[in-house]
Design a protein around this ligand. Structure first.
Ligand SMILES: Nc1nc2c(ncn2[C@@H]2O[C@H](COP(=O)(O)OP(=O)(O)OP(=O)(O)O)[C@@H](O)[C@H]2O)c(=O)[nH]1
Ligand SMILES: [Mg+2]
Length: 486
């Protein structure tokens, strides 16, 4: 494999289609087939046939004929030539849009092979773009995700990363590191009276601020996964609490079966929900209770295991079956029973207590619940009411959006880009740990050469994250996942 040979591939999906796009890339690639690319000449009888060679200018598309060595027409096509370095791969690239028929593609490809071109490997156009310095590794990874993402949010994340935002951020952080490094280096080479006494307080503050930024970057990867896949909400509650009704209300459809028979829902029912651009995966589950029914028992086990994996657990409680005078206690008692089988949720799981069937509350109950809401607010617990009968889940929706922002760290991420691969996160972790080590040495006023070398290493990890220089194995692992023709 050489980066100077000419490669080709069909860039659009294989099979039959109105148009298929084939790409040819390599230094001087157009020369290889230019004598087979002809103008469409209009004849007197209204037909068109191959005429003179087609003259192509950079980035301008022209219609014409592709012929083979014997002069017979392969197809009529639109040709677009991109001169180096202003192409996707950074090399001279010819795009041929012909009819989307696998037999035409096969004929075109064997013609190209005879002309000395070879079939591209997966991701090879992008790999060449990387090797030609058009993009860094984070942008290459983003391009791959842009094609494979299967949620709108996933596409949005990949698009942002494909603009090079991670590379820009990393460069800024490295510039700041280098500035601090200069201070420590000055103290290696110069006598104290030339550069002032060695005290790293200001440097520590700057290094800590850089470390925090790297940490946000590191944490952003998990946020990215959650944004892409959707935040998992699980409805948990006793039978007949109103879970399925609320599930349907949120989705705006009769998705789950609702009856007044306790134990209606058996399986976990799952759907996607989007609230103001925030993607969730919503799960309705079987009501939790002691039961001897074999099927229901399996359902209850599934409810519990789903809740354990949730980002948000909504405990749905029907307050109309409780004693108004002992409301707080009875709600707590029920919550405890529901939490018990979960064996202590992770500290990252958010909880919302939802009091259902608001349309049937009497005045005493309404009043009691108002009081409970005041207490909940002061203790920063989430307590909302809803009525599925009136299709009113507005409080719950608002609360879910708040939890979403908390979970994906919206506030903390702010303008910081979001990492999109495990490889990037691994590098961010190395950078963070190395920098922490440097800071701890700076606190001890350790030798400046030791600190400077750790800062250099941190900068190197940040450079690796962006992959301005990529090693062979890293490149192979990234580009082999790509589609052919990209
Ligand atoms: N008036 C009123 N009735 C409701 C409301 N929500 C649920 N119900 C009724 O309560 C009963 C149980 O509702 P479901 O939504 O099936 O309850 P569930 O929690 O899914 O029950 P299981 O699947 O058995 O665990 C049904 O008769 C519903 O019509 C509400 O907001 N208002
Ligand atoms: Mg149900």
């Amino acid at each position: 494999m050489s980066s100077t040979d000419t490669i080709f591939a069909q860039s659009t999906a294989k099979g039959r289609s109105a148009i298929a796009l084939h790409r040819i890339s390599g230094p001087g690639c157009y020369e290889k087939i230019s004598n087979l690319v002809k103008c469409a000449t209009q004849n007197d009888d209204g037909t068109s046939t191959p005429g003179k060679p087609l003259e192509l200018k950079h980035a301008a598309s022209k219609y014409g004929f592709l012929i083979d060595e014997n002069g017979s027409v392969v197809d009529d096509c639109v040709f677009t030539l991109f001169r180096a370095p202003n192409s996707y791969s950074g090399e001279e690239t010819l795009e041929i849009a012909c009819h989307g028929n696998p037999f035409i593609a096969a004929r075109l490809h064997s013609l190209l092979r005879r002309m000395g071109c070879r079939e591209a490997l997966p991701g090879e156009f992008t790999q060449r773009a990387f090797l030609n310095g058009k993009i860094d590794l984070t942008r290459a990874e983003a391009i791959d995700q842009l094609i494979h993402a299967d949620t709108t949010a996933g596409i949005e994340l990949a698009r942002k990363a494909s603009t090079g935002s991670i590379g820009k951020h990393s460069r800024e952080l490295r510039e700041r590191l280098v500035a601090v490094m200069a201070y420590f280096e000055a103290h290696i080479d110069f006598a104290e009276d030339e550069v002032g006494s060695y005290s790293s307080e200001i440097q520590i503050a700057e290094l800590t601020s850089i470390k925090n930024a790297v940490q946000v970057l590191f944490e952003s990867y998990v946020s990215g996964i959650k944004i892409r896949e959707g935040i998992k909400i699980v409805f948990l509650g006793e039978p007949n609490a109103g879970k399925s009704s609320l599930y349907n209300t949120l989705l705006g459809s009769d998705r789950a079966i609702v009856t007044d028979i306790p134990g209606t829902t058996r399986d976990v029912v799952e759907d996607r929900l989007t609230l103001n651009g925030r993607d969730f995966v919503l799960m309705d589950t079987a009501g939790v209770r002691e039961t001897s029914d074999k099927i229901e028992k399996i359902g209850v086990d599934r409810s519990i295991s789903s809740a354990k994996k949730a980002d948000i657990v909504c405990f749905i409680i029907d307050p109309t079956i409780l004693d108004e005078k002992k409301l707080a206690e009875q709600i707590e008692y029920r919550l405890e029973n529901l939490r018990k089988p979960l064996q202590g949720l992770s500290q990252f799981t958010e909880e919302i207590v939802v009091l259902s069937k608001e349309d049937t509350w009497n005045d005493v109950l309404k009043h009691q619940i108002e009081l409970l809401k005041v207490v909940a607010k002061s203790t920063e617990r989430s307590l909302v009411s809803c009525s599925s009968a009136n299709s009113d889940a507005s409080w719950l929706k608002t609360e879910l959006e708040k939890k979403y922002d908390l979970i994906v760290n919206y506030g903390r991420i702010g303008e910081s880009p979001i990492l999109i691969s495990q490889r990037q996160q691994d590098k961010a972790k190395l950078a963070m740990e190395t920098l922490e080590h440097a800071i701890s040495l700076a606190h001890k006023n350790d030798f400046p050469e030791k600190i400077a070398s750790l800062l250099l290493l941190t900068a190197q990890h940040l450079a690796d994250l962006v992959g301005e220089i990529g090693t062979e194995d890293v490149l192979t692992s990234i580009f082999s996942n790509f589609c052919i023709g990209k």
